[in-house]
Ligand binder design. Structure first.
Ligand code: MN
Ligand code: MN
Ligand code: ZN
Length: 289
């Protein structure tokens, strides 16, 4: 039972502490063939393009460990908030997001996953407006960069925007660059927002909603996380696959759908590489590959 060379693309969020160039090998070591990384320290505003040496080694190792481009993702830093009512935060967010796009391009990574933003009290309409303005400024500045921004569905917590597909639809339709926008579906955040993927009819309903509102072709990544809390709890507490409220049986149903299998699955479950290796084993057991 190995994920390498299978139809399925499965992996985890990986640390970059040993350098970008080490990531492909570490992915192979945990039994994966897909990954997500931060393009810089996610808790800082500063970011820089990696040295040429690192970039070359990274690209060589992508080939060596046979990781496909559709299965490699960056996740934007935590400080970015395009919906912030504070001008300076929004400015810095736009600048950093642009820098992240350029780091993705340098690494040859095609997708940059972001949380749309939190309005912090100014309301959803104002927040969505600011997010789209920010996205469009970044996409305009990077017109020749072939990186697609993926809007991740978030938990409906605080003033976060992007916890349902009506909001995603509005952002994509309002943008001047809809072709450069895709979506990520996080199973824990979706469960927090009331999407019940434990039954075939629940999964069908979710997939139909994604298709109707943003188009299934825009779904480029699934964040595969179980949930520590029950359906609709809005807590955003990830759990290891099979040990939460979605559970083994729930994932068995969700992961049986073709539309879900086509998209890379990235774990953001508790723990590090060791725990993720166990999660990968469990997911493969569940899908019976
Ligand atoms: Mn995220
Ligand atoms: Mn996620
Ligand atoms: Zn989360």
């Amino acid at each position: 039972m190995r994920v390498l060379n299978s139809e399925i693309h499965l992996g985890a969020h990986m640390p970059i502490s040993r350098g970008f160039q080490k990531v492909p090998e570490e992915v192979a070591k945990i039994g994966g063939n897909a990954f997500q990384i931060f393009p810089h320290n996610a808790r800082q505003w500063k970011a820089r393009i990696p040295d040429r040496n690192v970039l070359n080694q990274f690209k060589r190792n992508m080939k060596k460990y046979r990781i496909e481009h559709k299965a490699a993702f960056c996740h934007s830093g935590y400080l970015i908030n395009l919906a912030s009512p504070k001008d300076d935060v929004r400015r810095k967010s736009i600048d950093l997001l642009e820098k992240e796009m350029r780091i993705c391009e340098a690494l040859g990574i095609k997708y940059l996953n972001i949380h749309p933003g939190s309005h912090l009290g100014s309301g959803e309409d104002v927040g969505i407006d600011l997010i789209v303005k920010g996205l469009d400024e970044v996409l305009k500045r990077t017109e020749n960069v072939e990186v697609v921004i993926l809007l991740e569905n978030v938990a409906p917590k605080g003033s976060a925007i992007g916890y349902n597909f009506d909001q995603m639809k509005r952002m994509i339709e309002m943008s001047a660059f809809p072709k450069r926008l895709g979506v990520t579906y996080d199973t824990c955040h979706g469960f927090d927002a009331g999407y019940d993927i434990r039954t075939p009819s629940g999964v069908r309903k979710l997939l139909d909603e994604i298709d109707e509102k943003v188009g299934l072709e825009r779904l480029k990544m699934i964040h595969l996380n179980d949930s520590k809390y029950p359906l609709g709890a809005a807590k955003d507490r990830h759990e290891s696959i099979g040990f939460g409220h979605i559970g083994r049986d729930g994932f068995k149903i969700f992961l049986s759908f073709d539309e879900v299998r086509k998209v890379p699955w990235i774990l953001e479950t508790p723990g590090g590489n060791e725990e993720h290796a166990e999660d990968i084993r469990r997911v493969l057991e569940i899908v019976g590959e």
